[in-house]
Every structure is written in C-alpha cells, then in structure tokens.
Design a protein around this ligand. Structure first.
Ligand SMILES: CC(C)(COP(=O)(O)OP(=O)(O)OC[C@H]1O[C@@H](n2cnc3c(N)ncnc32)[C@H](O)[C@@H]1OP(=O)(O)O)[C@@H](O)C(=O)NCCC(=O)NCCS
Length: 245
C-alpha cells in the first residue's frame, strides 16, 4: 500500500501481521525490555520492515534507535519514517540526495473519539471534514485528517528539528484524487529560513486502514545539508515539486 503512495525512489516495506521470530539488535531489545506485548510487537515488526527497506536501498541491516523526541535515527544520507497501528506496520526510507524527509502514518478507518476533531482541526478543516463525513461516509475523514497531520509532523520534525502544533498546518484535499496539501502556517516570528512552507502528500483508504504519506523532495545540494536538526539555508517553498508519482 505504501508503494502506491510514494515515489519509486522511496523504499517501502509493510506488514499486516507480526512475523513470529523478529530478531532485534541488543540496543533495540534494551528499549522494550519492560514493554507490554503490544508495544513489543509493533516495535519489532516495524524494525523488520525498516530493515527490508534498507535492503532495497542497498544498505546493510542496522538498528533503528530513537533520536531527538523519538524520531528514528537513520544511517548517514538516509531519511525515513515509521508507522504502526492495529493491523499495519510500515517503513519508508530514501537517500537524502532524492528526498529531504519522509513522513508516513497509518490509522484505522474508524471515527476519532468524541471531541477530538475540534482539538486537532482548524475551522476550515473541520468544515470540509464534516461535509465529507455526510457525503462520503465510507471514509472516516476526521481520522484521515489526523493521519495527514501526523504525516506532516513526521516529515517536518526530523528535517527542521522543531515542534509543530496541529493548528500550524492547514490541510486541504481533493476527495477524488487521493492527494493532499499541507500549508505551514507559522508566522514570520516563528518561521526560520529554510523552513518548508508546504507539503504535498497522498492518502488512501483500503482494507479498513487509512494511510497518508509525504515525500519532501531534496532541494539543496547534499553537501550543504545538515545531517539533522535545522533545515538547510536556501530551501524555500516546495510547491512546484509534488514529490508524488
Ligand atoms: C510522534 C507521533 C507523530 C507518532 O505518531 P502516532 O500516530 O502516534 O504513531 P505511529 O505508530 O504512526 O508512529 C510511531 C513512530 O513515529 C516515529 N516518531 C516518533 N517521534 C517522532 C518524531 N518526533 N518525528 C518523527 N517521527 C517520530 C517513531 O519511529 C515511532 O515508532 P517507534 O516508536 O516504534 O520508533 C505522535 O505521537 C505525536 O507526537 N504527535 C503530536 C505532534 C503532531 O502530530 N502535530 C501535528 C502537526 S500538524
């Protein structure tokens, strides 16, 4: 499913069930030694997916450890994103010469708990969500909006190194095309040079799941890009580069 949402240069791997014998690295094992079974399963299987994606990129297998604020750490010159929910685990990886950042998110195609929509949405977003919920109830648009915002955050944070609130990204989507746009609404006082101003992504609803994915195209020469943290200078809007197939 992820391969349907991301460009060909992005390696993807996913699992709809947990393989019985996933071998973790000792440093990964230490992180989940006292975790409940559900967390052990999602943690292990998503790393199994990540290593399959590494192999597709020609990379040797490696542990996937959390970095700043839980963002996964990758080998030098690699970007990536992980997601897991009931019935789905997925990984997406790419070379940073192709993509500056990736963000993927999976959610069940089920309504958000009562009261959550208002807390994660801007008024314009709540408007289109409620309209589409009435017109096309087969997709839980409230949950899909949440998923798109999680994909935005997972793209934004590893690239920029700063937090982003739910109200800082305005999502619009065409319900027929499976595409969405996120406009980053930071004011001039909060925005830093090089911050992306918008992301373009794709979503799908299939087999009881909602998936959202963003691939932010690399815009700066690799030598000018920091390994992580703050964004490179000179990278402004990314609107002309959709980064989608
Ligand atoms: C971090 C967060 C995005 C994870 O999303 P989620 O839907 O809860 O969980 P998922 O299963 O889809 O993703 C979990 C994976 O996200 C990754 N992740 C965690 N923190 C991350 C971060 N700061 N940046 C990028 N990826 C992160 C990890 O790989 C994690 O898997 P792991 O713990 O097994 O390594 C979410 O918990 C969160 O903090 N959201 C609030 C911020 C936000 O979304 N703002 C909206 C801006 S528009």
């Amino acid at each position: 499913m992820l391969a349907d949402l991301l460009p060909a240069a992005v390696a993807t791997a996913e699992a709809l069930a947990d393989p019985p014998e996933v071998v973790l690295y000792p440093e990964e094992e230490r992180l989940i030694r006292s975790s409940v079974a559900k967390r052990r399963d999602e943690f292990s299987t998503v790393r199994w997916c990540a290593r399959r994606a590494m192999a597709q990129l020609g990379l040797p297998p490696a542990p996937v450890l959390p970095g700043h604020r839980g963002a996964p750490r990758w080998a030098p010159a690699v970007v990536g994103s992980l997601t897991h929910c009931t019935g789905f685990r997925g990984a997406a990886l790419a070379r940073d010469e192709d993509y500056a950042s990736l963000g993927i998110d999976a959610e069940p195609n089920a309504p958000l708990p009562e009261g959550i929509l208002s807390s994660i949405s801007l008024p314009q977003e709540e408007h289109w969500v409620r309209r589409l919920l009435a017109e096309r109830p087969e997709v839980c648009w409230d949950r899909l909006l949440f998923s798109m915002k999680e994909a935005v955050y997972k793209t934004w944070f590893p690239y920029v190194g700063r937090e982003l609130d739910f109200g800082d990204a305005l999502i619009t989507t065409d319900p027929d095309s499976g595409r969405f746009r996120a406009e980053i609404l930071l004011g001039s006082g909060e925005r830093m040079a090089g911050d992306p101003r918008e992301f373009y992504g794709r979503w799908l609803a299939r087999d009881g799941l909602l998936l959202s994915a963003i691939a932010l195209p690399a815009m700066a020469p690799a030598g000018l890009r920091p390994a992580h943290g703050s964004a490179p200078r000179g990278v402004a809007a990314t609107g002309s580069a959709l980064g989608i197939r």
